[in-house]
Design a binder for this molecule. Structure first.
Ligand SMILES: NC(=O)c1ccc[n+]([C@@H]2O[C@H](COP(=O)([O-])OP(=O)(O)OC[C@H]3O[C@@H](n4cnc5c(N)ncnc54)[C@H](O)[C@@H]3O)[C@@H](O)[C@H]2O)c1
Length: 254
């Protein structure tokens, strides 16, 4: 399947986990991909895998801190200019930190917002003119099951993800007449850098988390499971999907 032949795709969080798996999925389907991450080492690993797959000539990488307006302007703006436009934006970059809410500092709260919510806004704002110019641009943003279901110790994270869900649906309505589609995905129970160490408080009630198992009974899924859904949504196969959220959690919250 070559659903992304000739399509220009920018993916954040591309140095690890779901973002990285999405890079390789879209490269395999013929896309021209700009991989964005704050981690140079992560991007090097992404590039190395593309070399092994024989897709490195379709890939470029840019180090950007999505929480930093100047970094986004230079890195994301420069990459889009280099591509000569943009067809698809996938905002997968994010951080997960946990804490008891009464012990959450303002600095912690602000950092969660700055990366997850403000970062998604900054990259989207930078990309919108190019996406709108194609008349069929697509934005895929990352919410989480935490936005809609109770996950203790993750109030700050959940609030950022709820914000991303609302932001996505608002831009879907705002730009639909210009052909833009905007969809949020809500993964859960996906093995990645983030879930390997959610940084739970030392005294967290773990009995709550053992309940968080996919109903499908196969344990946590790999990031490529989410990448496949994103490829569907971002391709013409998702042409009538916008302003909604797709949950990808193996039925953890069924
Ligand atoms: N894994 C899950 O079960 C799960 C569940 C719900 C939502 N999500 C969301 O999926 C997305 C991908 O997460 P993942 O599970 O692959 O985690 P991950 O930790 O493996 O990948 C996140 C990537 O984002 C990058 N990043 C962090 N801060 C950044 C910044 N300021 N600028 C640029 N890049 C930055 C990291 O370097 C990393 O490469 C995130 O938005 C996450 O919140 C994941």
């Amino acid at each position: 399947m070559k659903r992304f032949e000739g399509r220009r795709v920018l993916i954040t969080g591309a140095g690890s986990g779901i973002g990285q798996a999405t890079v390789h999925r879209i490269l395999a389907e013929g896309g021209i991909v700009v991989a964005v991450d704050v981690s140079e080492a992560g991007l090097a690993a992404t590039h190395q895998r593309a070399e092994a797959d024989g897709t490195a000539d379709q890939l470029s990488t840019v180090v950007v801190d999505i929480s930093d307006e100047a970094s986004v302007r230079a890195g994301v703006g420069g990459a889009i200019t280099g591509l000569g436009g943009l067809d698809v934006l996938v905002n997968a970059a994010g951080i997960l930190r946990s804490a008891h809410t009464e012990q959450t500092t303002l600095e912690f709260w602000n950092r969660m917002l700055a990366v997850n919510l403000t970062g998604t806004f900054l990259v989207t704002r930078e990309a919108l003119p190019a996406l709108l110019a194609t008349g069929r641009g697509v934005v895929v943003n990352f919410s989480s099951t935490s936005a809609s279901f109770a996950h203790p110790y993750m109030a700050a994270y959940a609030a950022t993800k709820g914000g991303i869900q609302s932001f996505t649906h608002a831009i879907a309505a705002e730009y639909a007449k210009q052909g833009l589609r905007a969809v949020s995905v809500a993964p859960g129970s996906i093995a990645s850098g983030m879930t390997a160490d959610p940084g739970l408080p030392a005294d967290a009630d773990m009995s709550w988390f053992v309940k968080l198992q996919p109903a499908l009974g196969q344990g946590f899924a790999g990031p490529e499971t989410v990448a496949g859904v994103i490829a569907m949504l971002a391709s013409d196969d998702g042409a009538f999907v916008t302003g909604t959220e797709i949950r990808i959690d193996g039925g953890t919250h069924a």
